[in-house]
Design a protein. Structure first.
Length: 278
């Protein structure tokens, strides 16, 4: 009997140790959608993603058609939930419907600042460069924009624009177009105003880095900027149909996109990051 009691005690101690050890980070492979369905109403769904490796087999939220959407599709055994708006993916994460959101670093910072129950994992998921998309074959326009970007970079205008939207001293003061420039024709820019600080709605207007940059580009090429807001995955189609001249929406160059549009030189470098619940 003593041996039996010792065995029981030892087993109980071992179980207790394991239980205590399990009180820290957990990396369950159960998708959030299943966990949320089993949880009591109003319960906080615990985070199980602490690194990119933990995304295997999980449910990942992204914005439809974005680079994050493409990258998420490469995660082993992951279920990718695509949303029309990044804000909808963030809301699904808060509700426990998904395990993580893959999104660009700057919009991620904005969402996390507004939601203290979310955090960004320290290691970036991937890096990318943003460029301006235009119709294949419209090389004259592409060269004009490229030359303008080169000029905006060399004289510090682009850096100045970015400083108004990113950093501790960002004041969100928009770029003021040069009223003395003679303008010949309009340049229609397709964007998706769900991507702060690059483009978002503020006071009923579309504002952000991409908008200000294109206003400065139009100063250099002598055109009037017109902005069309649409779903992100409609931008390339709008360019090819002639509804828009350019697509500017934090868009990175991918082999798949290059089959359908041409791109200018890059104008910004961003990181894809993973947003999770705390």
């Amino acid at each position: 009997m003593k041996k039996t009691n010792k065995g029981i005690i030892a087993a109980c101690v071992a179980a207790a140790v394991l239980a205590v050890a399990g009180c820290g980070q957990t990396t369950s492979n159960t998708p959030a959608s299943e966990t949320a369905a089993q949880a009591p109403t109003g319960a906080v769904i615990p985070n199980t993603v602490f690194s990119a490796d933990d995304l295997v087999g999980k449910t990942i939220g992204t914005q439809l058609g974005t680079t994050g959407y493409i990258f998420a599709g490469d995660v082993e055994n992951a279920t990718v939930e695509a949303y029309n708006k990044a804000a909808d993916a963030i809301q699904a994460l808060k509700q426990g419907k998904i395990d993580a959101v893959i999104i660009d670093s700057e919009p991620a910072k904005v969402f996390v600042e507004k939601n203290n129950d979310l955090t960004i994992l320290s290691d970036p998921f991937a890096e990318e460069e943003y460029s301006i998309a235009y119709k294949i074959g419209n090389d004259e326009l592409g060269k004009k924009i490229d030359d303008a970007l080169t000029s905006l970079k060399s004289d510090g205008t682009l850096d100045s624009i970015v400083s108004h939207w990113i950093g501790d001293e960002a004041d969100h003061v928009p770029y003021t177009p040069d009223s003395s420039v003679a303008r010949n024709g309009k340049l229609v820019m397709a964007t998706n105003a769900e991507f702060p600080p690059y483009e978002s709605m503020e006071g009923g207007e579309i504002v952000g880095i991409d908008v200000d940059m294109m206003r400065a580009v139009c100063d250099r090429i002598g055109m009037e900027l017109e902005i069309e807001n649409m779903a992100f995955d409609s931008i390339i189609a709008a360019i090819n149909s002639g509804k828009a001249d350019v697509g500017v929406a934090g868009m990175s160059v991918t082999p798949e996109r290059q089959k359908n549009v041409s791109f200018t030189q890059g104008y910004a470098v961003s990181k894809q990051v993973i947003v999770v619940r705390k």
